[in-house]
Design a protein around this ligand. Structure first.
Ligand code: NAG
Length: 432
C-alpha cells in the first residue's frame, strides 16, 4: 500500500477505536516574518523562580551596550525599584548571539502582579508571583517546538489559570540552527514573561559538535535556571520550592550514576527536604522511565536503575517526563511494577513539535499503564492542599481545550510510606 493510504487506514481504525476522536496530523513549522526592532529593544523575555521570593528576568538585545537593568513596581508605569544583573553571549559556528541578560529581582510579595521593563526601555510587561501556600497550579508541557500545534498548545495554556509552567525538556527544536532559538524566545514571550517557566534539558538542547562544540551551550546561556540558588554546580539539574512543593529538575543528559555530581547533589538536596514545609515532592526529567510507547522504548532504563531506589526511598509523589511525543499516565510504581509507595509517572512530551506524534504502543498494555494516547496537548496540576492534587490532561483536539484524562492524586504524606522508608532513605543518604 502507498504510505498515505496506510496512514488513512490507520487513522480510520484508530478513529473507530476511540469513536469520536480523529487523530490530528503534524502541523507545519511556523513562519516568522522579519520584524526589525531597534537594536536595544528587549526581546525574548522570560522569567524563572530564583530562590525564595526572587525572580530572574532574562531577555536579549542585539545592542551589546544595552544595560542589564530591570525596573519594576506594583502599579503600571511606576517603577519604584530597579535591579542590575549580569549578561552573557555565545558564538556558535558563524552565529553570534545577542547580549543575553539575566537580572534577579526581589524580594517580591507572593501572589502579586508586578509591572516591569527591561533594559530601561521597550514594552511594559507584567507577571504574577506564585502564592505562598496551597492551592497552586502548574501548567505542564514538554517537547514544544515551534509549529502550528505549539501555538495551539500555548493558546490553551494561556486560557488556564496557572502559577508556574513546568517544561520537562525539548524547547525550541533549534537543532543547531541558532536563529531558531531566537524565534522560539519570541514565540513564548507572551506566556513566559508573565509566569515563571521552569525547564530542564532534552536531547534537542544538546547541539554538540564533535571536537568543536560542547553540549548545551545555547541552552545554558539562554535558559539559566536557579542551579546556584539550589547548591548545584550545573544548570542541567537544580531544585526549587514553591507554595509547599519541592520540585527537583534532573538531567537525563548529565551523568547520573552514584559517583556522579548529579547523584551527589540529588542526595544532598533530598536530605534538606522537609515534608512538613513541602508536603509534595515532584521530579522532572526528559526521558521517561515508565513508557509503553514503542518510541524511545527502554531509553530511560539506565537512569532509572541508578536513581529510582533513591527517589523511592525519598517518597517522591509525581514524576513528569517528556521525550515520547504522546501522553501516558502510570499508576504509583517502583521497580517495574505498581507499588503504593512509588511515584505516579506521567509522560507529557506532546507540546507540538515538528516530528509529529508517536502512535505505536506495546501490547498488551502493561499492568502499570493507566491511560495512553498520542495527541498534542498539555497538563494541569492543581495542588489543592497538603494531601490532594487534581491532574488533568487537555488534548488540543480541534483547537478546543478538551479535558481527556483526569484524576485526583493523594500525597504520600497522607500514607505510611514516608515512615516506612525512613531507614532506607537514611542508609542511601549516608552512603559515601
Ligand atoms: C484537601 O482537599 C480535598 C479535595 O478538595 C478535600 O476533600 C480535603 O478535605 C482537603 N483536606 C484538608 C485537610 O483540607
Amino acid at each position: 500500500m502507498e504510505p498515505r493510504l496506510i496512514l488513512t487506514v490507520a487513522l480510520l481504525i484508530s478513529a473507530t477505536v476511540t469513536a469520536d476522536y480523529i487523530r490530528p496530523l503534524p502541523r507545519k513549522t511556523l513562519q516568522f516574518p522579519w520584524d526589525p526592532k531597534p537594536s536595544s529593544y528587549p526581546q525574548q523575555v522570560h522569567i524563572s523562580l530564583a530562590g525564595e521570593q526572587h525572580m530572574r528576568i532574562s531577555w536579549i538585545t542585539d545592542d551589546k551596550s544595552s544595560p542589564s537593568i530591570v525596573e519594576y513596581g506594583t502599579s503600571p508605569g511606576r517603577y519604584d525599584t530597579a535591579a542590575q544583573g549580569e549578561s552573557t553571549f555565545y558564538n556558535y559556528m558563524l552565529y553570534r548571539s545577542g547580549k543575553i541578560h539575566h537580572t534577579v529581582i526581589g524580594p517580591l510579595e507572593h501572589n502579586t502582579v508586578y509591572f516591569y521593563r527591561c533594559g530601561g526601555q521597550g514594552l511594559e510587561l507584567q507577571f504574577k508571583t506564585p502564592p505562598s501556600q496551597f492551592p497552586i497550579t502548574f501548567a505542564v508541557a514538554g517537547d514544544l517546538g515551534q509549529t502550528g500545534w505549539t501555538k495551539s498548545t500555548l493558546d490553551h495554556i494561556d486560557q488556564c489559570k496557572y502559577d508556574v509552567h513546568l517544561l520537562p525538556g525539548d524547547l525550541s527544536y533549534a537543532d543547531y540552527l541558532q536563529h531558531r532559538w531566537d524565534t522560539f524566545g519570541n514565540l513564548v514571550q507572551p506566556l513566559a514573561s508573565g509566569r515563571p517557566w521552569m525547564v530542564t534539558q532534552g536531547n534537542h538542547e544538546k547541539e554538540s559538535i564533535l571536537l568543536l562544540k560542547d553540549g548545551f551551550a545555547s541552552y545554558n546561556a539562554r535558559w539559566k535556571m536557579p542551579f546556584e540558588e539550589s547548591g548545584s554546580s550545573s544548570n542541567l539539574y537544580y531544585s526549587f520550592e514553591v507554595a509547599g512543593v519541592h520540585i527537583i529538575m534532573l538531567g537525563s543528559y548529565a551523568d547520573y550514576d552514584e559517583h556522579s555530581d548529579q547523584y551527589r547533589w540529588l542526595k544532598d538536596d533530598l536530605s534538606k527536604v522537609d515534608r512538613r514545609r513541602t508536603p509534595w515532592l515532584l521530579v522532572l526529567f526528559h526521558v521517561p522511565w515508565y513508557n509503553s510507547n514503542k518510541a524511545h522504548q527502554g531509553e530511560g532504563n539506565k537512569m532509572m536503575a541508578a536513581m529510582e531506589p533513591l527517589l523511592y526511598a525519598a517518597s517522591v509523589d509525581i514524576v513528569l517526563a517528556g521525550h515520547v511525543h504522546a501522553y501516558e499516565r502510570v499508576k504509583r510504581v517502583n521497580n517495574g511494577k505498581s507499588d503504593p509507595c512509588g511515584a505516579v509517572h506521567i509522560t507529557i512530551g506532546d507540546g507540538g513539535n515538528s516530528e509529529g506524534l508517536a502512535h505505536k504502543y506495546m501490547n498488551p498494555q502493561p499492568e502499570w499503564s493507566v491511560f495512553r494516547e498520542a495527541s498534542f496537548g498539555h497538563g494541569e496540576l492543581k495542588i489543592v492542599n497538603s494531601t490532594h492534587a487534581f491532574w488533568s490532561w487537555h488534548r488540543n483536539d480541534d483547537d478546543e481545550p478538551v479535558k481527556s484524562d483526569q484524576i485526583w492524586i493523594t500525597s504520600l504524606v497522607s500514607s505510611e510510606c514516608i515512615a516506612q522508608n525512613r531507614h532506607e532513605l537514611r542508609k542511601i543518604l549516608m552512603a559515601p
